[in-house]
Write a protein that binds this ligand. Structure first.
Ligand code: PHE
Length: 344
């Protein structure tokens, strides 16, 4: 047995020396360690006929041989694999003159572009930028803004109401004005804030009406805020965003949450004031309803109207985007049409 094992070891080592590639190495492994007919396993199997003492002795020896051979195999295997990779890399050719793959980048919707610009502009004026829920309570969308349930002003906004199984009804906010009282409750006075966002109305759709559009609410509350402050901020705003002088006009305008209230119109940038479908042939576009915040609204926000006053405005962000880029149909903006979007 002793001799048999030593011979096996000698032959194996000699054979091992001759191995030139991975296939030969694998064959060697099968020849000696194969489960079914491996030479070493065969020896081990024959141990069962020996005495206990011999079993112990030769078992130990054949195991030592097995470990020795296996470790040689493993070392050689990893050497060969490394060499294989090295050879592959050496022979590989990389053509650095091949043109690269084009990296396709998306672009921002024009509304986002103008929104971000306005946010930067207002931050430079010391305003904070707020966000609020699109699904609003009746209280913040109407009630807190001095529009009680029976007020006819509700009829001018074609509201999407949401039934909540007997719970209080909610509305898809019809404007960003609910952020007025929300902001006052959260931050108190003095306050300078804007709140850009999406609003919803059940409109009959045409070139200048969509059921989903964007507004940007703004407010400034402090001691001694007057209409002069309102006009100054609105002028800086328009100059900052349109980057050119546009004609504006102020008309009295009614909104229950401001007193006095105004409509700030700009001359239509699409047709240059001559009259087109966007300005309904009038040459003017309603852009900025604004006014001094009504005392009831300040109170709803927990601010004392005797001590503080403020103005608010509701910029038609979508309309401004249309003016800025000469977009003559509002429906394009939310269309998701890539032919349209790729232009920005
Ligand atoms: N929320 C009003 C609207 O959407 C606009 C507005 C805002 C008017 C702020 C005055 C002050 O019609």
């Amino acid at each position: 047995m002793q001799q048999e094992l030593e011979l096996l070891r000698k032959n194996a080592l000699a054979e091992f020396e001759e191995i030139k590639n991975l296939i030969e190495l694998e064959n060697f492994e099968i020849e000696y360690f194969g489960r079914k007919d491996g030479k070493l396993n065969n020896v081990l199997r024959s141990l069962k006929d020996l005495s206990d003492e011999e079993k112990k002795k030769f078992g130990q020896l054949s195991n030592d041989i097995k470990i020795e051979l296996l470790s040689l195999v493993e070392t050689k295997k990893s050497e060969m694999r490394q060499k294989e990779i090295a050879d592959k890399v050496k022979n590989e050719k990389i053509d650095l003159t091949l043109p690269g793959k084009k990296f396709v980048k998306g672009s921002l919707n024009p509304t986002s572009i103008v929104q971000y610009e306005l946010e930067d502009l207002f931050r430079s004026f010391g305003f904070i930028v707020l966000d609020g829920p699109e699904l609003e309570s009746d209280y913040y969308n109407f009630e807190s803004l001095n529009i009680p349930a029976t007020h006819p002003a509700r009829d001018t906004q074609d509201t999407f109401y949401i039934d909540n199984d007997g719970e209080e009804k909610t509305v898809l906010r019809t404007h960003t004005s609910p952020l007025q009282v929300r902001a006052m409750q959260e931050y108190g006075a003095p306050l300078r804030a804007i709140a850009p966002g999406r609003v919803f109305r059940n409109e009959a759709l045409d070139a200048s009406h969509d059921n989903t559009f964007y507004q940007l609410e703004g407010m400034m509350i402090d001691r001694n805020i007057s209409i002069a402050n309102l006009i100054a901020v609105m002028k800086s705003l328009l100059k900052g965003i349109l980057k050119k002088d546009v004609k504006v006009r102020l008309r009295p305008g009614f909104f229950p949450f401001v007193e006095p209230g105004f409509e700030l119109d700009i001359s239509c940038l699409i047709c240059g004031g001559r009259g087109c479908s966007v300005c309904k042939q009038s040459g003017w576009v309603e852009l900025l309803p604004c006014g001094m915040i009504h005392p009831n609204v300040l109170r709803a926000g927990g601010i004392d109207p005797v001590e503080y006053s403020g103005f608010a405005f509701g910029l038609g962000l979508t309309r401004l985007v249309m003016m800025r880029y000469g977009i003559d149909d509002i429906r394009l903006i939310n269309s998701g049409d890539l032919r349209f979007l790729k232009q920005f």
